[in-house]
Design a protein around this ligand. Structure first.
Ligand code: MN3
Length: 225
């Protein structure tokens, strides 16, 4: 697994190591905004520094802050984020916690899904699996873009691994393949806040730029099982 991703997502907050059955629950959740893996202007001109400053600095931060408030003084405050996402998925009374926890997870995954100088076709085992699952890389691209455009309203488009096959799936709002037992490899955020400052209503142009210039295939390949 990608090292930075492992650090930001999989390690429980430090407080978990000191929590015992006798200890008071933490006053607030220990969730932190993970460091962006590049400078805020690194993905220009495809994603502007202005978009990144709002998307990472305001939206992602707000999900972290909301989550910490929602789980304050509960056992969930010291749980690993991915466990919290899985546990609260589909529970109506836990929807606010799920929405914020999943959005923290999804955005952290999205930043890792891009890099400066990314995009184009992958190689190696990932390309072989894409060819096997979609017929060709071009066919994968067409499918990924049309799925992104076909997500009505806010959501995400994902490349996931399901056994020996790769699939393209879309999720609405905060929903995430992690909650459905799938292995995400790459994602593109198709909420309007992800692209409106740079592309206005042209979601298709944004998703094509993501695939042509930003997709971090090394990250995706590192997650293959
Ligand atoms: Mn977003």
């Amino acid at each position: 697994m990608n090292e930075l991703f492992a650090i930001t997502l999989c390690l429980p907050p430090l407080i978990a190591m000191t929590t015992t059955g006798l200890a008071a629950e933490p006053e607030t959740g220990g969730f932190k905004l993970p460091l962006l893996p590049y400078a805020q202007d690194a993905l220009e001109p495809y994603i502007s520094a202005k978009t990144m400053s709002f998307h990472y600095g305001k939206h992602h931060q707000a999900y972290v802050d909301n989550l910490n408030k929602l789980v304050a003084k509960t056992a969930m405050a010291s749980e690993p984020l991915e466990n919290l996402v899985k546990e609260t998925s589909g529970a109506p009374d836990k929807a606010p916690i799920f929405n914020n926890a999943a959005q923290v997870w999804n955005h952290t995954f999205f930043w890792q899904s891009m890099k400066k100088g990314g995009g184009g076709a992958p190689d190696g085992r990932l390309l072989k699996l894409i060819n096997k699952s979609f017929g060709s890389f071009d066919s994968f691209k067409t499918n990924f873009v049309s799925t992104a455009v076909g997500q009505f309203g806010s959501g995400w488009v994902w490349l996931v691994q399901d056994g020996d096959n790769l699939k393209i799936v879309k999720t609405a709002n905060a929903d995430t393949p992690v909650a459905h037992g799938q292995t995400p490899l790459l994602t593109c955020d198709v909420w309007e806040h992800a692209y409106y400052l740079d592309y206005q209503n042209r979601r298709k142009d944004f998703v094509e730029a993501f695939l042509d210039h930003l997709a971090n295939w090394n990250f995706a390949e590192s997650l293959l099982k």
